[in-house]
Design a protein around this ligand. Structure first.
Ligand SMILES: Cc1cc2nc3c(=O)[nH]c(=O)nc-3n(C[C@H](O)[C@H](O)[C@H](O)COP(=O)(O)OP(=O)(O)OC[C@H]3O[C@@H](n4cnc5c(N)ncnc54)[C@H](O)[C@@H]3O)c2cc1C
Length: 317
């Protein structure tokens, strides 16, 4: 017998359903919020109950443990009007807005310049990208940030100027201090915007990413993009050395652990195939780190955020 009745979806709490690796066990409480007030309410509640918590955006830079994480996970969603064009140029976005949507909107409106197009196609939300200073092709999101609104763990909203975020390569203060980004003001370029050039650059970047990065989607192997940070430049002012080159040299592409393996087109991208566990990915990462350390005497540092965080994380070079 068929029926039109659909039971309500169970409250999702498996992180595997919300991370692009498709891995991760349960959390104790799953909450969603799409406004500063809603974020503040959740954090105040958890603060009063002394519940540890994590905040999740698009889940595209997280490796959550198979055992899950203790406490709450707050999932940031885009608000009702996620992107506002600011007078004189620039954008005001909810932190739950997809970064790529903000890139497309800024270019379509002629509010952002060609360098902004370089951030095209990076998965995830603005909040996650603010936290990790996401970037590509030598451009990073932090270069465009004017200020952010954050909610502190006790539920207090604050506005932080760009300088307070202590941006570095793929890092910010938010990786060391708990606060939830709720809104982001992005700076307009100083010079006139060449809209056709910016649109052409976006098309070029999207094509490049399509060619070089694994596709994401239901039924496809999971990934979180580049797993390790690139290494500091060999000479002051030089370019960072790609971790992928070192990984290639130690034969990373032929290594696997359980269901975890290295992407055939990019040695710094770890994949979770059918049956993979977060432990497989961790074991593979450890093996790759050991091989690179033995051959080159350098320690690769995770770019992907491990959940829960280890007790003490080594500082990023
Ligand atoms: C195929 C692929 C390609 C990728 N390419 C790139 C690339 O070119 N460049 C690049 O930099 N990254 C890349 N990534 C990694 C990832 O997309 C980025 O790091 C992205 O910015 C993460 O955003 P997110 O919303 O998914 O963050 P999440 O994975 O949800 O979270 C990442 C971290 O940010 C924190 N966080 C999330 N939201 C907030 C918030 N609102 N307030 C405070 N903290 C928050 C989380 O607690 C966590 O520590 C790629 C990933 C994939 C899967």
């Amino acid at each position: 017998m068929t029926t039109d009745f659909q039971p309500p979806a169970a409250t999702p709490s498996r992180l595997a359903d919300h991370t692009t690796f498709g891995l991760g066990g349960p959390c104790d409480e799953w909450r969603e919020a799409a406004s500063t007030a809603a974020v503040a309410e959740v954090l105040r509640d958890w603060h009063d109950r002394h519940l540890p918590w994590h905040v999740l955006g698009g889940g595209s830079n997280v490796l959550a443990a198979d055992e899950g994480v203790p406490g709450g996970v707050l999932h940031l969603l885009p608000g009702a009007s996620p992107i506002e064009l600011l007078p004189g140029g620039g954008l005001l976005c909810d932190a739950g807005t997809r970064l790529d949507e903000a890139v497309a909107c800024g270019l379509d409106a002629g509010a952002m310049d060609t360098a902004w197009a370089d951030l095209s196609g990076i998965p995830g939300t603005l909040g996650g990208a603010i936290c990790g200073n996401a970037g590509a092709f030598g451009v990073q999101l932090g270069d465009f940030v004017e200020q952010v609104e954050v909610v502190r763990p006790d539920g207090r909203p604050e506005t932080w100027p760009r300088e307070a975020l202590a941006y570095g390569y793929r890092t910010s203060l938010l990786q060391r201090m708990k606060a939830v980004v709720t809104r982001v003001w992005l700076r307009a370029p100083a010079s006139r915007v060449d809209r056709p050039a910016a649109q052409a650059r976006r098309a070029e970047i999207l094509a490049l990413r399509h060619e070089k990065h694994p596709a994401l989607g239901p039924g496809l192997p999971g990934t979180a993009g580049s797993f390790f940070r690139n290494l500091p430049p060999a000479t002051p002012g030089g370019r960072r050395q790609p971790a992928g080159a070192l990984l290639d040299a130690v034969g990373a592409k032929s290594m696997r652990e359980g269901g975890a393996y290295v992407f055939a087109h990019h040695a710094n991208i770890l994949m979770a195939g059918p049956g993979a566990t977060a432990a497989d990915v961790r074991d593979l990462a450890a093996r790759l780190q050991a091989a690179v350390a033995a051959r080159f005497g350098v320690r690769l540092v995770w770019e992907v955020r491990p959940w829960p965080a280890p007790a003490a994380q080594p500082p990023a070079p």
